[in-house]
Design a protein around this ligand. Sequence first.
Ligand SMILES: Nc1ncnc2c1ncn2[C@@H]1O[C@H](COP(=O)(O)OP(=O)(O)OP(=O)(O)O)[C@@H](O)[C@H]1O
Length: 238
Amino acid sequence: MENNAKKHKNKLVTLRDINKIYTKGQIQTHALHDISLDIYQGEFVAISGPSGCGKSTLLSILGLLDAATTGNYQLTDIDVSDLSVDQRSKIRNQHIGFVFQSFNLIEHLSVFDNIALPLEHRGESSKTIKQAVDKHLLLVNMESHKHHKPNQLSGGQQQRVAIARALVGEPKLLLVDEPTGNLDSRNGDLVMQQLKTLNEQGVTIVMVTHDERYSLMAQRKIRLFDGEVLAETKGAIA
Ligand SMILES: Nc1ncnc2c1ncn2[C@@H]1O[C@H](COP(=O)(O)OP(=O)(O)OP(=O)(O)O)[C@@H](O)[C@H]1O
């Protein structure tokens, strides 16, 4: 298969010399050391490495949930290194979608209403919301379940709803943290197939995973160790 990154030359993420130091009282943890990374539009990047090596920290910085202690981060043409918390959250809402291991769906809302949430926060009209939600229900093959509540769905179906919710605002970057961690292998395979298809349709994905099989589905595999990039493998498409 052709590497999507070759089709899309636009650079989405430029990280330069990113360091993250957590300080708690007298204790400092140097979680990321001088990470430099470029991610291009259309790529599927997997981040792996042992527990505590900094994967979630890196994903939080990429997703503007947290800021680096030092270093530079450019998202498309926006320098997001030194923004206030409010500015960061505005850019996050516009440009970034998240999928977490635990789905994080709201139990008392229907599938439709869960997917609609990001657009409601943006104050979109109900017509725009309906069109966008219907489109994304189709994208993840969940249109026949739109009136269901999350507890009436399998884990794999819940994760597909979470993917639709992450994508409904048309983010530039989809960040995925252990998407199959709470799923059996059949549902895990279905969710991964869904992510692969979305990537083939042009969605840029950065995914943290412990599962070697799934990281091989990405075009690039970045292995962290003690907060540093230990190795980078390119073109490993399954
Ligand atoms: N909020 C925090 N305060 C202090 N230290 C933290 C905080 N978050 C993470 N750390 C530390 O930073 C280092 C990297 O943690 P991180 O959660 O990024 O690793 P990880 O690779 O995602 O681990 P896992 O695979 O177990 O989820 C660890 O030593 C961790 O203890």
